[in-house]
Design a protein around this ligand. Structure first.
Ligand SMILES: [Zn+2]
Length: 591
């Protein structure tokens, strides 16, 4: 076989695969005239706007306007890159990508042998667990943790009996004991490494076992869990446990639920939370975040409730922010970890979970709450301490986010701005900060003169959650917004009225550059509370500011009218001012 260069390889693969067949594995297509139509797999829709052209071997979606050839399709659907798409399609087309050097060949062969061995081991353990009397201790352990057989089978959980069960099996099958030893399945003395343990395969995102983690069934065993050693195949910090099972649900829900332990994830899937994954035996790493980023832009972090878990959550928030991923943090109350929480909830688990997830603040907000935990924010000394912690928290985020986060922190705490400046200046002698008051959405007592920012906040929120327009547009009229915010607000509103929640993505390209920039930035790093109630509150705040401005204007006009002795005008302005003052007082009482 010739050795195609990369470009040739693309051409050769493209010539050998049929786009229609590849698409059909994911989308039900119907032929209309020369083209095939189906529901777009890349956006939510009810009527088909996804078209495949067999002549051109190209596809196009009229809904989300994505398009491309077979490589782009595979790239998007498999969440891989161009190289990955080429590899997948080459395998399928039987095209050999490049000749391997003898050393590469040895390495590639040994890799294949080890992978086959790990697969065989997983099958053996699973068989022992469910189909032999020797599996009894394993079945008991799973039952005590309320793991049902159906769930266990999805994770391919198994049991390794005492002694040399697996080693004997390999001998009987005439398979290489050396390979098994290399894969970390046997000890030097020939006994099973995982003997008397429930064995959980750690699989890559395609479902291939790379390693095992194993929990003892013995009461007297000190080491509860042991893991496969790291090998060329298995680097702990590069695998996400459960990703193979969770990837579709992650795509469907738009976010992944990231937990700490394997049993957290297994219990979560059993309770119907099928987008749950775990960092698996390590603090979250850069590589793991990059892997997750291929599948989603948002993580819901659910870590253990103790101090270590909360710290791990904060680290994960920062790590994810470094990769432009959004985070939210859910806290399990009254339980030490998600596993315990879900098991305690029993049949009610799905519902209680939903409540927990809905309440989860953004990662940034979670960190703010941690910074202020245990402090009394009506005590000026505590305010300063909280402000210092907030500054430290904000300073750990990518620079591009910091200014916005400072603004948010100001609003959240109601601290005067300079307390949160990047470099605290020593000239702070303009009196104590106002006694801050933190409201239910952290929106009370805005920093003085920052109403512009409230408008920006609202715009960002609407960019991320356009459906909030339904309520916001009944609360304010565009001319109540600051001039700088008005144009983009009206444009976004019109887009929403034309195209609904998906409109913005479609029409964004036609927006002025700086508006596009604002919207894209909001998508990449949404404001802390993407919530319709908050949107309404912001709109009311803007309206209130506008009314107060109008009120002071009238008062100025009034003195002018009084000087000019224009009694009719005075009376009219007085009435208007009274009415406004009443409306303002009303709004303030409600807010
Ligand atoms: Zn589409």
């Amino acid at each position: 076989m010739p050795t195609p260069s990369s470009d040739d390889a693309f051409a050769e693969v493209k010539a050998k695969v049929d786009l229609v067949k590849v698409v059909q594995e994911h989308v039900r297509l119907t032929k209309r005239n020369k083209d095939f139509w189906g529901l777009c797999p890349f956006h939510q829709e009810d009527s088909p706007s996804f078209k495949v052209n067999p002549q051109m071997q190209s596809w196009y979606c009229f809904g989300c306007e994505r398009s491309g050839d077979v490589f782009t399709f595979v790239e998007l659907i498999e969440k891989t890159d161009k190289r990955g798409a080429l590899q997948l399609l080459a395998e399928r087309a039987g095209v050999e990508l490049k000749k391997l050097s003898p050393e590469q060949k040895v390495r590639s062969d040994s890799r294949k042998r080890l992978l086959a061995m790990l697969k065989l081991a997983a099958q053996f353990y699973e068989y022992v667990l469910w189909s032999t009397p020797a599996g009894e201790p394993g079945r008991k352990l799973l039952a005590s943790r309320q793991v049902k057989e159906e769930t266990a089978r999805r994770f391919q959980i198994g049991y390794d009996p005492a002694g040399r069960g697996f080693a004997d099996y390999l001998r009987a099958k005439k398979r290489s004991l050396a390979d098994a030893q290399e894969a970390g399945l046997l000890r030097r003395d020939g006994t099973d490494f995982f003997a008397e343990r429930v064995v959980i395969p750690i699989r890559d995102e395609r479902g291939q076992p790379l390693a095992f983690t194993a929990r003892t069934v013995r009461q007297d065993e000190q080491r509860k869990y042991i893991n496969s050693p790291e090998t060329d195949l298995y680097v702990k910090g590069r695998v996400i446990f459960g990703l193979d099972l969770a990837r579709d649900e992650i795509a469907r829900r738009g976010h992944a639920v990231l937990m700490e332990g394997q049993f957290d994830v297994i219990t979560a899937h059993g309770a119907g939370i099928q987008n749950a994954v775990a960092s698996s035996g390590t603090a979250l790493t850069d590589d793991q975040v990059r892997l997750l980023k291929r599948f989603t832009d948002e993580l819901l972090l659910v870590f253990d409730a103790d101090r270590a878990g909360r710290q791990a959550a904060q680290k994960a928030v920062l790590l994810a922010a470094g990769h432009q991923m959004r985070t939210r943090v859910a806290t399990v109350e009254g339980a030490k970890d998600p596993d315990e929480f879900l098991r305690a909830a029993g049949d009610d688990a799905a519902k209680q979970w939903e409540e927990l997830a809905t309440k989860a603040p953004s990662g940034f907000e979670f960190g703010m709450e941690e910074a202020a935990a245990g402090l009394n924010l009506s005590n000026a000394n505590h305010v300063e301490l909280a402000a210092r912690r907030l500054r430290e928290w904000i300073a750990q985020f990518p620079t591009a986010l910091q200014e916005e986060y400072r603004e948010r922190a100001k609003r959240w705490m109601g601290v005067s701005g300079h307390l949160l400046a990047a470099e605290p200046d020593g000239r702070r002698n303009s009196g104590r900060p106002n006694t801050p008051k933190v409201g239910k959405n952290g929106l009370e007592t805005p920093a003085v003169g920052k109403k512009m920012t409230v408008g920006r906040y609202l715009l960002q929120l609407l960019a991320v959650r356009p459906v909030a327009f339904d309520r916001v547009r009944t609360k304010i009229t565009p001319d109540e917004l600051d001039e700088e915010d008005r144009g983009i607000y009206v444009r976004m509103l019109e887009t929403y009225e034309r195209g609904g929640v998906l409109g913005l993505e479609k029409e964004l390209a036609g927006y002025p550059a700086e508006e596009q920039d604002l919207i894209r930035r909001a998508w990449a790093a949404p404001p802390p509370n993407v919530d319709e109630d908050v949107a309404v509150e912001l709109a009311e705040r803007i309206k209130l500011d506008r009314m107060k401005g109008r009120h002071s204007g009238i008062i100025r006009e009034l003195s002018e009218a009084e000087r000019g002795k224009d009694s009719e005008r005075v009376a009219r302005l007085e009435a208007e001012a009274r009415e406004l003052a009443r409306a303002i007082a009303d709004m303030e009482r409600r807010g």
